[in-house]
Structure formats: C-alpha cells, structure tokens
Design a protein around this ligand. Structure first.
Ligand code: BG6
Ligand code: MG
Length: 208
C-alpha cells in the first residue's frame, strides 16, 4: 500500500448516527418508521439519492422542488447535530492510524460523498492530515460509482492498485471494487460483504 483513501462518516468520525437520526426525524414527520436496516441503504450515497431511497420506503411521491426542500430540511437538522462535534467525536483509533500512516510515508486522501466534509474535518481538527481531499463538493457521480476514489488516487499521483480504501458502506465497497482498489470494511455490525478485510474500527489496524 502506497496510499490510503478514507471515507469520512462512520470510518473516521462518528457522524453516521446523526445522519440516521436526521433522516429518521424526517420519516417520522411523514408518519412512517425508518429502521436501522433501511438506513444501511443510505450509507455512502449522496444526500439526494438518500432522500429518494427514504421516500421509496415510505411510498411517497414528490416533485423535484419538494425533494430539494426536504433534502435541505434534513441537512439543517443534521448540521445542527454537528454543532457539538469535536476531536472526541473521532472514532476509536482514527487519529492514531492516520498519524501512523503518515509517519510510515503512506499518502492519505479523503474520499467522502459528504458536502459537509470540510466542516466536519475542521471541527474534529484533522483537516491537515490529508494529502488530498475529495468530497461531495468536488464530484458529480456518487458511490457506488468509483469517481470519488479514482479522483483521490489521481490527486495522490498513485494507481488504484497501490491504494487501499477504508469504507463502512456497501455502496462505498462497490465503488472501491469498481475502481480496482483493495478495500477494508469497517463493519461494526457484520453487515458488509465483498471486502478484502473486515475490521470493527480503525484501532484494529494498530494491532500488529
Ligand atoms: C456519506 C454518508 O458519507 O455522505 C451518507 O454515508 C450521506 O449517509 C452522504 O448521505 C452525503 O452527506 P451530506 O453531509 O452531504 O448530506
Ligand atoms: Mg461512511
């Protein structure tokens, strides 16, 4: 491995729970239950695609304009939940593993679908630990399309086969696979498949 590309939500930072909470509030407002199993399908995919999946679970049809408004509403709820985010919100072993890779001369990129990535990196104080950043503001195709990771590798000046992707979503694993990367699944609940290796948290990578 010459480069490591990290997903953000659920891999480096404990924000996946807030995404779920904000979507659940929206579903409850519409009058239907949104379960953790439903939420698994939203992980890694873009905000608008997530809304479309949620609406299909609730069997709700809407115009594009209405969808824009609901996506905005969800994001406002979510960003409010991010207010108290700080270094303690980093997941177990995340900062230590980034530091170890850096010290070992491995190049590090972010490969996240989130448009809130800059805010999250700033609040958790890890923005300077990346050699390249690709997020929802700089790509047009969402995971499972490999664009995010291919762009990350390109910015690092590396080939996909020399990089490992760290992901907690099935869409992200498929994106990494499609791009020709090896992939480590951060699979706390034993629900992911098609990865090269499975860990429960990045702290597992520090155990020799
Ligand atoms: C991904 C999350 O990292 O970012 C998804 O796993 C989320 O759940 C996506 O929908 C987009 O995030 P944001 O912050 O731009 O709404
Ligand atoms: Mg994720």
């Amino acid at each position: 491995m010459k480069g490591a590309i990290f997903d953000l939500d659920g891999v480096l930072v404990d924000t996946a729970v807030y995404h779920f909470a904000a979507w659940k509030e929206l579903a409850n407002k519409f009058g239907f239950e949104f379960t953790e199993a439903d939420n698994e399908r939203l992980k890694g995919v873009s905000r608008m695609k997530s809304l479309e999946i949620l609406l299909s679970v609730g069997n709700i049809a809407a115009s594009d304009k209405q969808k824009e408004e609901w996506a905005k509403e969800k994001n406002e709820r979510y960003v409010k939940m991010l207010e108290n985010l700080n270094e303690n919100s980093l997941l177990n072993g995340a900062k230590q593993y980034l530091t170890k890779l850096h010290n070992d001369g491995i190049l590090i990129a972010l490969g996240s679908a989130s448009k809130n990535a800059p805010l999250i990196l700033k609040k958790t104080g890890i923005e300077d630990m990346f050699d390249a950043i690709v997020d929802g503001n700089s790509v047009s195709k969402a995971k499972p399309d490999p664009e995010i990771f291919l762009k990350g590798a390109e910015l690092l000046g590396l080939k996909p086969e020399d990089c490992t992707v760290f992901e907690d979503s099935q869409a992200g694993i498929e994106a990494a696979r499609a791009g020709g990367f090896s992939v480590v699944a951060v699979d706390k609940f034993n629900v992911l498949k098609n990865a090269d290796r499975y860990i429960t948290q990045l702290a597992d990578m520090l155990i020799i």
